[in-house]
Design a protein around this ligand. Structure first.
Ligand SMILES: Cc1ncc(COP(=O)(O)O)c(C=O)c1O
Length: 431
């Protein structure tokens, strides 16, 4: 497999064995902005967004919208880039909501998710008349109706439907199934109940049905089952949805063991299923809303670390410690995520050895990569870890009072700071 298969599409290795992204010298960037340092490649992110939009235009004859799931990674800098790509956005908190507005997403392109939305979040959605609030429970349905009545404003809603759709992903990123905290379950009748209550309410405008299955999915059949379940519910209750959303969750390749992550298989099955259901029922095509997070930004991101202490354990394990770890990337600790990596300067002929990359934090679970083939690394080398764009920075912490890293946006010939390195006095530790 190509050495750069997991890196951004603008990555190259020059004659000295040095990795570049969009033509930028990573050693210089690391010296200037310090490490850990996160880089986003503009060409990769734009390529993913365009490929998804083009596939939808080709496969789906109805209207469609790609709405970025902000939780994958959001900062004002990247939000502005995404808004300029004409995407919608899925937000789950006041923070994401306010940032989306500031970045230029108009309310009609914002929808609100979350299993425990606050009054304030719901009121803001009502005041701004956003695209939709994805109702997650009967409790929330009642609360939103009460708030809408008090404001004399009608709320546009989706119902988030939960069921068993035959998924295979890590339990921590599976959001469906009978024990899920998310959504209105089909199995206990709450989905039907919500649909009836929504239709009966003069303050709720039921515009769509939604299902989000989980993350790191490579099985289009699960989406097919979910959409069919949405239509069975709609059919039984005689409700024609104006919008259908099978959520996000399409996977990204992190290492050679992961399957192909091209969008084609996903878009084909989702589009064909919605069309088949509408043909079966004689219903008009809904607006199809996809909500990718990881697959839009994952491969665009690369994390750069400085190597520090290196040792070999009595069992022969080669350990390379870097200056980041669980604080900027908790994904190994959360669900044993597997990554590839390369030294920024790596001679093609260098002998490789099995290596464990660990962080600098006081926790044995502070592992970045349990096992990866690398040349013998030495203090002060730079290590690059690809597919770092999603669910790393957005889940980063200040463990051991580590500041969150700087993030750069790399275009051919230019560079921008998307997020400045956090300073201790910004974090509330010194108050
Ligand atoms: C409702 C909803 N939509 C979309 C997503 C995005 O998922 P992914 O980043 O795997 O595409 C999530 C992730 O948790 C989600 O909860």
């Amino acid at each position: 497999m190509n050495d750069l298969a997991f890196f951004p599409i603008s990555s190259q290795v020059n004659g000295q064995g040095e990795l570049t992204i969009a033509g930028h010298d990573l050693t210089r960037l690391a010296e200037q902005y310090n490490t850990p340092l996160y880089l986003f490649d503009a060409a990769t992110l734009r390529g993913q967004a365009n490929s998804l939009k083009q596939l939808l235009a080709k496969e789906y004859p109805g209207e469609s919208l790609v709405a970025y799931a902000a939780k994958a990674y959001f900062s004002l800098g990247i939000a502005r880039k995404l808004a300029a790509l004409d995407l919608g956005v899925d937000v789950v908190s006041l923070g994401e909501f306010n940032l989306a507005l500031k970045a230029g997403f108009t309310p009609d392109r914002i929808h609100l998710h979350g299993n425990n939305k606050s009054r304030q979040e719901l009121e803001m959605a009502l005041d701004l008349n956003i695209q939709a609030v994805a109702i997650d429970s009967l409790d929330e349905l009642a609360l939103l109706e009460k708030l809408a009545a008090a404001k004399q404003r009608k709320a546009r809603i989706w119902l988030r439907i939960t069921g068993e759709f035959g998924l295979h992903t890590h339990a921590h990123i599976d959001t469906s199934g009978v024990n899920s905290k998310f959504g209105l379950h089909l199995a206990n009748g709450q989905a039907v109940e919500a649909l009836r209550q929504a239709r009966a309410s003069r303050w709720l405008d039921l515009v769509g049905l939604h299902t989000h299955l989980g993350s790191m999915l490579f099985e289009p059949e699960a989406y097919q089952q979910a959409i069919q379940a949405q239509y069975r519910l709609a059919e039984a209750e005689g409700t024609i949805p104006a919008e259908i959303s099978p959520g996000g969750g399409w996977g990204v390749r992190y290492n050679p063991a992961d399957p192909d992550d091209g969008y084609a298989a996903w878009v084909k099955v989702v589009s064909a299923t919605v069309q088949a259901e509408c043909a079966r029922l004689g219903w008009p095509l809904p607006r199809l809303v996809l909500e990718p997070g990881r697959s839009l930004v994952g491969r665009a991101g690369v994390a750069i670390y400085r190597v520090g202490a290196c040792k070999t354990t009595p069992s022969g394990l080669n350990i390379v410690a870097v200056d980041g770890g669980i604080a900027d990337n908790p994904r190994y600790a959360l669900y044993q995520a597997q990554y590839s990596a390369r030294l920024v300067k790596q001679a093609a002929s260098a002998p490789m050895q099995d290596t464990r990359v660990v962080g600098k934090f006081c926790e044995s679970g502070d592992v970045l990569i349990a096992s990866v083939r690398l040349p013998a690394a030495r203090r002060d080398d730079l290590l690059s870890v690809p597919v770092a764009g999603a669910y790393q920075l957005s889940m980063a912490s200040n463990y051991n009072l580590a500041p969150r890293p700087a993030v750069l946006w790399l275009e051919d010939q230019s560079m921008e700071v998307l997020q400045a390195r956090e300073q201790p006095d910004q974090s509330g530790w010194w108050v």
